[in-house]
Design a protein around this ligand. Structure first.
Ligand SMILES: Cc1cc2nc3c(=O)[nH]c(=O)nc-3n(C[C@H](O)[C@H](O)[C@H](O)COP(=O)(O)OP(=O)(O)OC[C@H]3O[C@@H](n4cnc5c(N)ncnc54)[C@H](O)[C@@H]3O)c2cc1C
Length: 422
């Protein structure tokens, strides 16, 4: 039953009280949630959990095993993404954390961190303008169902395993993201944007930056070469799984999918050149217009080392669940519980108020200190608020003015201006 929030700050559950976090979301946000409200059994929100995951990180064998899927103990992926997504870990910290790893594994892992940075640069520069594809889009049937299992058939062991993990844990390794995205858009010809929305609702690391870039890569937006998914990858990355499949002898994905028709989409003018990379990257040192009275936190940066939080250790902090936005997004309960766990954990160390409403209304008139987040939504809200101190975002690579049209073009331009970390 939807419940209207009372005005003013809301009382958070105790840190590490998972049942309390579920109850909080049920009480305050049930009307904007997609599906049931539960925790991810695999990930707990909060700085303490993020620090523990980083302390346990061992990427030995990463280069060989990163793409492995099943059985789970064969996997090499780090599962740090939910913490990176919400700024509980930042890319420079994770980059440094693997300094002593075996060189091949270190290089491969750091490459993936650069893919994340590229996606963030692309989104910071182009924003929602890449919604329809950059150079080539795919026409396809729009998707109207609400149940992802309509598209990702339950009968196939590879899809059932993967969709279960997405819905249960809110996480997938990169390989199975490509499987699901390819099955949706390349084999079935459905609208990739609808598939991207399903991922976004369920993935704890769901970000418009990396999710959109991942779907566009899969459909071949930048290259014109879509990624095909067939039984071949399942046998290679999940050996033995096909033997458990009811459709093992009549596998619907035995063969490669047909290449779908590609249509031309005009590319945004900013794709190859940014005339103002300084504006895209934000300030390099704090911009101070006055005295702040409160630190404004957003879902992009919820860590203890958020630059604004660190710079104002005595100020209270505030976080607003953006109800109008959440009503549009309809995130899974897991995502919201993860955020509540994160806030409850932070509230153990900082004076933190949590509100629900439109941030522009809730924070009107307050003198805010905030960390600049490289997403268009942050800029829109910040411009309508009184942000008197803007703290720099912690980039791994400072945005440059060269091409972001592909990872390799972006990397080349970053190398040219010497902005890649050593
Ligand atoms: C269709 C599709 C959708 C995706 N959606 C998202 C998303 O919403 N959010 C998200 O963070 N990533 C997304 N990715 C990228 C990637 O799959 C995930 O970052 C990665 O699987 C997260 O798991 P991990 O932390 O175990 O990765 P690891 O392999 O351990 O990599 C370490 C970190 O590097 C970064 N990284 C790794 N691979 C990529 C990549 N291909 N692109 C960008 N960053 C990468 C992530 O920050 C990741 O946490 C998507 C990829 C595809 C193909």
């Amino acid at each position: 039953m939807p419940v209207s929030p009372p005005p003013g700050p809301l009382h958070l559950p105790a840190a590490r009280d998972r049942a309390g976090a579920i109850a909080w979301v049920e009480h305050h946000l049930a009307d904007v949630v997609d599906g049931t409200i539960d925790v991810s059994p695999r990930f707990r929100g909060g700085q303490i959990a993020a620090d523990a995951a980083l302390a346990a990180l061992d990427i030995t064998g990463y280069a060989r095993n990163r793409n492995e899927v099943w059985p789970e103990q064969r996997r090499g992926a780090s599962a740090l993404s939910p913490y990176l997504r919400h700024g509980l870990l930042d890319l420079p910290t994770v980059w440094d954390a693997v300094a002593d790893a075996p060189p091949t594994d270190r290089a491969r892992f750091r490459d993936e961190l650069l893919w994340q940075e590229h996606a963030r640069h692309l989104y910071a520069r182009i924003g929602g303008r890449n919604r329809d594809g950059l150079r080539r889009g795919m026409s396809g049937q729009p998707w109207r169902g609400d149940d992802p299992r309509e598209v990702w058939s339950d009968e196939m062991a590879c899809l059932a395993l993967t969709v279960d993990e997405l819905l249960r844990d809110g996480y997938l390794v990169n390989q199975t993201r490509m499987w699901l995205a390819s099955h949706w858009a390349v084999r079935q010809g459905r609208d990739w944007r609808a598939g991207e929305d399903v991922f976004f609702r369920h993935l704890l690391d769901g970000s418009r930056a990396a999710n959109r870039a991942g779907w566009q890569w899969t459909i071949g937006t930048a290259t014109g070469r879509p990624y095909g998914f067939s039984r071949w990858q399942v046998e290679k990355r999940a050996p033995g799984l096909c033997a458990t499949c009811p459709l093992a002898t009549r596998c619907p994905i035995q063969d490669w999918p047909q290449d779908p028709p590609l249509t031309h989409a005009d590319e945004p003018a900013l794709l190859r050149h940014d005339p103002d990379p300084e504006a895209t990257g934000g300030p390099t040192s704090p911009e101070v217009l006055g005295d702040a009275e409160v630190v404004w936190l957003t879902a992009e940066s919820l860590g203890d080392t958020d630059p604004a939080l660190e710079a104002h250790p005595r100020l209270p902090a505030v976080f607003v669940f953006d109800r109008p936005l959440l009503a549009r997004l309809r995130l899974s309960g897991k995502r919201l519980v993860f955020l509540v766990e994160t806030l409850a954990d932070l509230a153990e160390r900082r004076d933190l108020s949590v509100l629900i409403g439109d941030p522009v209304e809730e924070l009107a008139g307050l003198r805010l200190a905030a960390t600049v987040a490289p997403v268009p939504g942050w800029r829109q809200r910040a411009d309508a608020l009184r942000v008197v101190v803007r703290h720099p975002w912690r980039w791994l690579v400072r945005p440059h003015g060269g091409s972001v049209a592909s990872f390799s073009a972006w990397r080349k331009a970053a190398t040219k201006v010497g902005s890649l970390p050593g």
